[in-house]
Design a protein around this ligand. Structure first.
Ligand code: COI
Length: 365
């Protein structure tokens, strides 16, 4: 039997949807205890969590999260994009932070239930995804109360949703290009450190650099590798992808994605590599020296992630060795390049169900 179709709420002004939190019907929650493992699913209307002040997650930062999206299809049904990938990544983070695994079936059931109970908050269908989706935020946190530095004996897994507009303004298969700046004053993730996990603690230290950059007119901040400060790692909010400059127009496009031990492995980046291969492009997964940006070796650059979707980058500003600032223009220095738009239209077309994608990418909500 086809799932029930619940239309988007008519009380909501969908044309004003922002990248923000909106009230919903509630979230789902599971609690892990040593005697029982993961308990029953609870649906909680309140958006608050009642946690001990000495919870390990609060005091020592044992907390990680995921971000995925659900999209309304043309027939009104709602589909989740690759939740199985987020399940695997959450467990990678959980293992690194000494938290119990969340079994895949619990993760999928949680995402399914929370979206199914909030269908009225999933924005209207738009070919290429429009600017609207339903953002799903699975979170795992150590809620056991401890004073010592130990993992604790209680963990909470909860998943909430919010209707979501675009983070950097992409909509309807188009995306405005933004200016990026390299963060030179701070190392995001040490080699062999926490860079590959989606821990809350990886994000907080970046806030002040991001705020500073915004004041100076840069929408997004870029991190180089911490060991040599010469290779591209990722943006503070998303992964880095580029299209290599071609020697001639006949050469097929090459998508370049940084190989690094310190970046979060983006589900969007993985999907874009698959899309690029399906378009007959080359995919080059290798360390990317920042010098390649300086030398003009990259024709197009984009930030990609669940929240960022695909955000074209039109310039990257950095500090030269002499401490002077320099700005490298990407492409025409103004607009998204053609390959970026091609990837965006393919990805968002697949997510909205208007383009056929690989089997297993869309899951019923
Ligand atoms: C996501 O893309 O889901 C994220 O978690 C990015 C967040 C920093 C806004």
């Amino acid at each position: 039997m086809a799932p029930q179709v619940v239309p988007p709420s008519s009380d909501f002004d969908w044309s004003k949807l922002a990248f923000d939190l909106y009230p919903t019907a509630g979230h789902v929650k599971y609690v892990w205890k040593p005697e029982t493992g993961w308990g029953e699913q609870q649906f909680v209307e309140s958006p608050y969590l009642n946690v001990h002040i000495s919870a390990v997650g609060i005091q020592y930062g044992a907390s990680c999260f995921e971000g995925l999206k659900a999209f309304r299809q043309e027939d009104g049904q709602v589909k989740l994009f690759r939740p199985d990938e987020n399940s695997a990544r959450l467990n990678h983070s959980a293992a690194a932070l000494s938290m119990p695994e969340v079994p895949k079936d619990i993760f999928l059931e949680a995402c399914h239930t929370v979206v199914a109970r909030n269908l009225q908050f999933v924005p209207p269908h738009a070919p290429y995804g429009g600017a609207g989706s339903c953002y799903v935020r699975p979170t795992l946190i150590a809620t056991g109360a401890e004073l010592g530095l130990v993992p604790g004996n209680e963990f909470t897994f909860f998943v909430y949703v919010t209707p979501l507009g675009s983070l950097y303004g992409s909509a309807g298969g188009k995306a405005p290009a933004v200016d990026a700046v390299v963060v030179h004053e701070f190392d995001r993730a040490a080699p062999m450190g926490t860079g590959t996990i989606k821990a809350g603690g990886n994000y907080a230290p970046v806030l002040k650099y991001q705020a500073q950059a915004k004041k100076q007119g840069y929408a997004i901040t870029l991190h180089l590798d911490s060991k040599t400060r010469s290779q591209i790692d990722e943006f503070s909010t998303s992964n880095f992808i580029a299209i290599k400059k071609r020697a001639s127009d006949d050469e097929k496009p090459t998508l370049v994605y940084p190989k690094s031990e310190s970046i979060l492995k983006s589900v969007t980046a993985k999907s874009l590599m698959d899309i690029a291969r399906s378009l007959g492009w080359n995919v080059d997964h290798r360390p990317i020296p920042f010098q390649e940006v300086i030398d003009g070796g990259l024709e197009e650059v984009m930030a990609c992630g669940t929240a960022a979707a695909i955000t074209p980058i039109r310039s990257i500003t950095y500090l030269k060795e002499d401490g002077e600032q320099a700005k490298v223009s990407i492409g025409d220095g103004q607009n998204a390049g053609p390959r970026t738009l091609e990837l965006l239209q393919n990805l968002t077309g697949i997510q909205a169900g208007n383009k056929e994608g690989p089997a297993g990418w869309l899951w019923p909500a």
